[in-house]
Write a protein that binds this ligand. Structure first.
Ligand SMILES: [Zn+2]
Length: 271
């Protein structure tokens, strides 16, 4: 089973995780720029963070045979902090870098006016730089958050096929299914989606434009839940080809739209 985790925060994970992921079949990851928990007080700390996402972390991943790409953005939570907002001016420089395969994660946390502005502005950056966009949806008030997210995406003029709407569940999947956007599902150990629930969604909605990620970060999370989902699919009667589509070919197709996905020398067909 070859696995591409399209959303994981390796900065917060250990080398043990890289080892276990590689052993489980994870050959490629995308790490979206996100909130680190501790509030950042100046733009300079984002410079170091972005440099780490395109420099140190790919180097670290490579030592375990995992290919690492990144997405870069001002995350929704910190879009509310006036000290962080100048990060928007910093982004064009990073969106030109080879290892950056999308703008993200952008979107809503608390659905404030400041988040509105940062979200729309960064969708415009995605269009200007000809990059896909990774869109985080809020964990509270989810349905309203997703509806508003889709309205802003439609208004931006970005092609829906270049947008991944992430952290969906049984309630919000319906809202996104017919928009032409890609659908992301984060599989967590306790809350939100689990492998069995994900299998039910794949049964109901098929495998097209469906992405599964661990979204593992500094909180309770598990980088091997992509693999667990693939195994749950096989047990439920999906074919190896179905699993390969969801866990490998779909993320390759989505991020491949950047023209920057480099999966050379990873071995195996198509990868
Ligand atoms: Zn994330």
């Amino acid at each position: 089973m070859r696995i591409f985790d399209p959303h994981i925060h390796m900065t917060s994970r250990t080398t043990d995780d890289y080892e276990r992921m590689a052993a489980a079949g994870v050959r490629a990851v995308v790490e979206p720029a996100s909130w680190l928990g501790q509030p950042r007080t100046s733009v300079d700390t984002f410079v170091d963070y972005f440099d780490s996402l395109i420099g140190w972390e790919p180097f670290r991943a490579d030592r375990f045979g995992v290919r690492h790409h990144a997405t870069v953005a001002l995350n929704p939570k910190e879009a509310n902090d006036p000290r962080c907002r100048p990060v928007l001016d910093l982004l064009p420089r990073y969106l030109d870098k080879d290892g950056v395969v999308a703008v993200g994660e952008i979107g809503y946390d608390s659905m404030t006016l400041a988040e509105d502005a940062a979200f729309a502005g960064q969708l415009a950056l995605a269009v200007a730089h000809d990059l896909p966009a990774l869109v985080h949806t809020p964990h509270r008030d989810k349905a309203r958050g997703v509806a508003r997210t889709l309205a802003v995406v439609a208004e931006s003029g970005i092609a829906p096929g270049r947008v991944l709407v992430d952290h969906l569940n049984e309630v919000t999947v319906e809202l996104v299914r017919d928009t032409g956007c890609w659908l992301g599902f984060s599989i967590y150990p306790e809350t939100k989606m689990s492998p069995p629930r994900m299998v039910e969604l794949l049964r109901a909605y098929g495998t097209e434009r469906m992405l599964v990620n661990s979204a593992a970060d500094w909180g309770r999370s598990d980088p091997l839940l992509t693999r667990a989902t693939g195994e749950a699919m096989l047990l439920a009667g999906f074919t190896e080809d179905d699993v390969d589509r969801v866990l490998w070919r779909n993320p390759v197709e989505f991020y491949g739209q950047s023209g920057r996905l480099d999966l050379a020398d990873l071995g195996g067909p198509g990868g």
